[in-house]
Design a protein around this ligand. Structure first.
Ligand SMILES: Cc1ncc(COP(=O)(O)O)c(C=O)c1O
Length: 365
């Protein structure tokens, strides 16, 4: 049997762990993805033996044979989730089993060994327990967790690797955008696309992000913070952003977000917002929306607010849209009322400041 449901993790304390004062200083203003915690988690997978050799060891470089499939054919997947410190001092995760399921599905799509969801969850919990002192206060942010899996068999044939390494690293996180919760600007890419039907758009694999970087460069050249991708077949239907899903708020108070068509990532924040909005009695549509219609609706005043959402960016208002057709401001470039309301509803549940009727919050400590 290729699974190991009762995996344990050996712990090797980092003798060079950062001292308390230095860590607390880092945690005052961590930025995003720049500083890493003292340890990393690792599990090995071998075809025939399954998942073994679970350990939490000092953070540091790993050694891989230069012939592993990862380096040549990009067989790699990852996840992103956060650990939060609640007001009463608990450390919690937000919907971690949903990340575990998405990771499982990403593995299947990339012909990798799917990590059982129970092992994913236990690994995240054990790791967060070890790194609990790295979770910033709620006034600053959260601890961003990055589980990932790489193929580790050395050979150059183009076929799935029989061996994998699953790992978790973590980085304390403040705001994802430097002007978090002010309106960000987006560039609509009319040439580059992110994913095509039948491709890997709904898997969280490194290749999707590598392919998006040139479009992000185009956005930066046009003085925009982020990229908006259109569909690959007709180059007109709005899909998502480089690392976030997108929502539109109309003048009748309704919400629209592009449907899960197989080409966009099924965002956990997206799904949570759909649930929160429906329960607030807001009319929600998961429908295709074209860039032409978007611009017409901005011009006519039908679009009131637009926001991006994701684990890293939470809920971020979009204040300006630029494309070859011109530049348009949304809500005077300011965060809209519904955007702020939805952000607060979500963040209050995540930090344990409001009731959690959906049982999304998963207590670790
Ligand atoms: C391409 C892409 N879309 C959407 C999202 C939002 O997903 P989630 O809300 O699960 O973080 C992410 C972030 O993981 C992403 O990388």
């Amino acid at each position: 049997m290729n699974s190991t449901p009762s995996l344990n993790f050996d712990f090797q304390k980092n003798p060079k762990a950062i001292d308390d004062t230095k860590r607390e200083n880092f945690l005052k203003n961590p930025g995003f993805g720049k500083i890493f915690t003292d340890h990393m988690l690792q599990i090995k997978y071998t075809n025939g033996t399954g998942w073994t050799d679970g350990k939490i060891i000092p953070y540091g470089p790993i050694s891989l044979d230069p012939a592993v499939c990862l380096f040549h054919y990009g067989q790699e997947i990852f996840e992103g989730l956060k650990a939060y410190k609640t007001q009463d001092g608990h450390i919690t995760l937000f919907r971690p089993l949903t990340n575990a399921k998405r990771f499982y599905n990403s593995a299947l799509r990339m012909a990798m060994a799917p990590l059982p969801e129970a092992i994913f969850l236990k690994a995240v919990e054990e790791f967060v327990k070890v790194e609990k002192n790295w979770v910033p206060d709620s006034s600053v942010g959260s601890l961003y967790l990055r589980p990932f899996m790489i193929s580790s068999t050395p050979y150059l044939g183009v076929k799935p690797s029989p061996d994998y390494i699953f790992m978790i690293i973590a980085s304390p996180a403040g705001a994802y955008f430097s002007k978090d919760n002010e309106g960000v600007s987006v560039w609509v890419s009319e040439f580059y696309t992110r994913a095509a039907s039948g491709g890997t758009g709904e898997a969280k694999c490194g290749g999707n992000y590598a392919a998006s970087l040139i479009a992000q460069q185009e956005a930066t050249k046009n003085n925009c913070d982020q990229i908006v991708f259109l569909d690959a077949a007709e180059h007109q239907w709005i899909e998502e952003m480089g690392g976030m899903n997108i929502f539109f708020v109309f003048d009748d108070g309704s919400l629209l977000t592009p449907p899960l068509s197989g080409t966009i990532l099924p965002g956990i924040t997206r799904d949570s917002i759909l649930t929160l909005a429906r329960d607030k009695g807001i009319k929600v549509r998961e429908e295709r929306y074209s860039v032409h219609q978007w611009i017409e609706d901005i011009k006519s005043g039908k679009i009131r607010e637009v926001f991006a959402c994701g684990t890293a960016a939470v809920v971020t208002p979009i204040g300006q849209v630029k494309s070859s057709r011109g530049e348009f401001n949304i809500n005077g470039g300011k965060p809209g009322t519904l955007t702020q309301e939805i952000r607060k509803a979500l963040v209050d549940i995540q930090y344990g400041r409001s009731a959690d009727p959906y049982h999304w919050v998963h207590k670790v400590i």
